[in-house]
Design a protein around this ligand. Structure first.
Ligand SMILES: [Zn+2]
Ligand SMILES: [Zn+2]
Length: 318
């Protein structure tokens, strides 16, 4: 029996889940953002302007969905030099499109972990899925994010941070949170502010996205798919199918150079293409004690795709 980790039915919708407009510090209007993203094959944009939850439902139609969202900021204001000021940035995706103006307050003190988790819990109660953004840009380490609870997801790629020169390994926090027993998904996103024109190499749009598999492009269907983790993150490579059969994890994809499987422990596995060739599928044995398994696919240009973690205790055992 196959367990499909991306549903068999429905189609993929390309989404940018982190986007700034002229409603905060972005350069482009929401209308321009819709136009530029649609031109490049996107169907979904979460308009996540700073600190203000604004719905842009008027932009939604048969071919485009505007997700109501905002980016909440919990900064360590005791640090005066902004270059060294740590912060939690949480993208809050509203389950209802009518969440206009429904920001959750009060925002906690940075150094009070229990209050930060209480804030995330209040966001959840208020109907938001909460994503933990760009740990490297935020100057955060395991000391800061290791105790977070109640997250829907965690960014494993932030295009704007990469173009700021702050790259490093953006996947380590995801594994750290998973290994501490959290069940959350991973997202790639732009966090675009568009200070450069679209053709400019430093324009920060169109670099990190998720592909959501859903039966329809409606607010409810897309939100349900997000809550179920029926999506993957990417900078380029495409994943066509992902399933488990007889405790083997199978993936079919566009041509890539390598496919890595990560688990909760040290056991891992890699499939690599021969020199000059590419892989378009792979299968990996899952051990019942692996905890979770997730894949990282890397193409010849170094662009990655990431699957969400699949928790082994949710799979039918052989
Ligand atoms: Zn941010
Ligand atoms: Zn942002």
């Amino acid at each position: 029996m196959k367990t499909h980790l991306l549903p068999e039915q429905g189609r993929f919708y390309k989404a940018n889940m982190h986007c700034h407009s002229t409603c905060s510090d972005g350069k482009w209007t929401v209308e321009r953002l819709k136009e530029e993203y649609m031109k490049r094959g996107y169907s979904v944009v979460a308009f996540s302007d700073h600190d203000r939850c604004i719905s842009h439902n008027e932009l939604s139609g048969a071919d485009f969905l505007a997700l109501t969202a905002y980016e909440a900021d919990v900064s360590d204001w005791a640090v005066k030099d902004s270059r060294f000021r740590r912060c939690y940035h949480f993208n809050c995706f509203a389950k209802s499109p009518e969440a206009d103006g429904r920001e959750v307050t009060p925002v906690p003190e940075y150094r009070d972990m229990a209050a930060v988790n209480d804030f995330v819990a209040r966001l959840n109660e208020a109907g938001f899925l909460v994503c933990y953004n760009h740990p490297n840009w935020s100057q955060q380490t395991l000391d800061d994010y290791g105790g977070l609870k109640g997250l829907f997801g965690c960014e494993v790629y932030n295009h704007s941070a990469m173009l700021d020169g702050i790259d490093a390994d953006q996947e380590q926090p995801y594994d750290a949170l998973l290994r501490r027993g959290n069940r959350l998904f991973c997202l790639a996103a732009d966090d675009n502010h568009d200070h450069f024109p679209p053709e400019h190499p430093l324009n920060d749009s169109f670099g990190g996205f998720i592909m959501i598999k859903a039966p329809a492009l409606s607010y409810g269907a897309i939100m349900t798919a997000l809550e179920r983790g029926e999506f993957y993150a990417s900078m380029g490579p495409e994943i066509y199918s992902l399933y488990v059969e007889d405790m083997r994890l199978h993936v079919e994809c566009s041509g890539v150079r390598s496919i890595h499987m990560t688990t909760a422990g040290r056991r891992a596995a890699v499939a690599r293409a021969e020199t000059g060739k590419t892989l378009t599928s792979a299968a990996f044995e899952i051990d019942p004690t692996d905890g979770y398994v997730r894949l990282q696919l890397t193409d010849r240009e170094g662009l990655r795709a990431n699957t969400n973690a699949c928790f082994v205790d949710t799979l039918p055992q052989r």
